[in-house]
Each structure stands twice: as C-alpha cells, then as structure tokens.
Design a protein around this ligand. Structure first.
Ligand SMILES: [Zn+2]
Length: 63
C-alpha cells in the first residue's frame, strides 16, 4: 500500500496499530528528508466483494 505526504512526496508506513476489528491506525513518515513529516492515517473496512471460503473466526478465540 502506498501513502503520500501532504507535500506530494512518497511516504512510508512505519508501524500500524489495530484499534478495533475493522479499524487500524497507520503511522506514516514522509520519505523526503527535507520534509520529514510524520502522521497517522486510518485504514477501515469498507465492504465485502466476495465472501470468505473459510468460516469467520470467533473474535475471542485463542490463536
Ligand atoms: Zn512530506
């Protein structure tokens, strides 16, 4: 997945944190050394295009 800084340069996802089962926070950093901006983007589930072939895992099931 590609991210872009507000300066127009490419950014990199340095870390991600799951905030809920369908929301993740992406910790991003601009790759332009003269900018160096860091920011957080949110990645959310939108909708299903094809149902999974495997049954859904129970959320509290130990892995
Ligand atoms: Zn930038």
């Amino acid at each position: 997945m590609r991210v872009k800084c507000s300066c127009g340069s490419k950014g990199a996802i340095r870390n991600s944190k799951k905030e809920s089962h369908d929301l993740s926070a992406l910790y991003c950093q601009c790759l332009d050394v003269n900018c160096g901006m860091t920011w957080v983007s949110h990645l959310t589930y939108s909708h299903t295009l094809k149902k999974p072939l495997k049954p859904f895992k129970e959320r509290n099931e130990p892995t």
